[in-house]
Design a protein around this ligand. Sequence first.
Ligand SMILES: [Zn+2]
Length: 308
Amino acid sequence: MSKRKRILFLALISLLYLAGCQKGGMEAPNSRVDIQQPGMSRAELPTSESQSEVANDVSSNKTDLRAVFITYHMEVANMQRINQLWPLFEQLVALADEYDVKLTIQFAPQWATYVYSRDLLETVYSWEQNGHEIALHHHGPTHKYFDGYTNQPDIIRTDGWYIQDIPFAGDMADFMDLFAPLSPHQIVTAGMSDESIDWPGGSVLYFATDSGDSPSKDDLLSTPVEVIHNGYTVIEIYNSGYAIDHLGGEAVSLVDVEQALHSATSDQIMGLVLNDNTIEAHFDEVEPLFRLLKVYELNVQTVKSILD
Ligand SMILES: [Zn+2]
């Protein structure tokens, strides 16, 4: 090989090598390391000396937020509908595991019954072993979709827009008995309506809910408060829905979440709700949320682990 040919040959080898590197780089967009703000490279991230100045700077990936939880509402539904939703929910848990997001999973009674009838208890136990929390979801007698359980069956609504598919099944002691096999540990967190008459007490201490009478965007950030429901001391923490159609303008968007990350103070907790509508109609909006929280180096924790 002449000297000229050897140089050409080496140049060709170098070009092929560079092309290979580029391809490798292009395969990475879905990997965990590639989750930065658009237009911001690692080199541009603020250094530790400037962190305090930029904590609430909208161009930074820093937040003072104390903690964040994502709770899932398994809504009241019949077995056929739960059967359709179950595989989607399993996909959600798999995606959460990929991002190390620990979900607080609220089961309506019908979902617990579904788990028992389909021999899915081992699956539910494995979620808990992976750090997710098993929690309760209750629609009482004044909820549009009553779940069958209440301490006050005399006030079950049947008029107007109330959907009365499910007959009265028992009081809240019966409700708790139904859930006993769902977790080998005591269930400590609930989301529910009619808490003033139906709060179950016992081991259940934490209430992820709205601060007012209805869902609100303003409940995205809050600090825990102690209240009394049905004679029991309860720690309340608030949450807002994400990608849930029926909430309309009261559902938070990704932009709202990022704004809240910038405005949050170090005592505040961010609470987000996903439900059956989220995974059925907006599954593609879940991963961007998980990714955004990762960019801000936030580990999504369960309600129990935040409030314990
Ligand atoms: Zn609900």
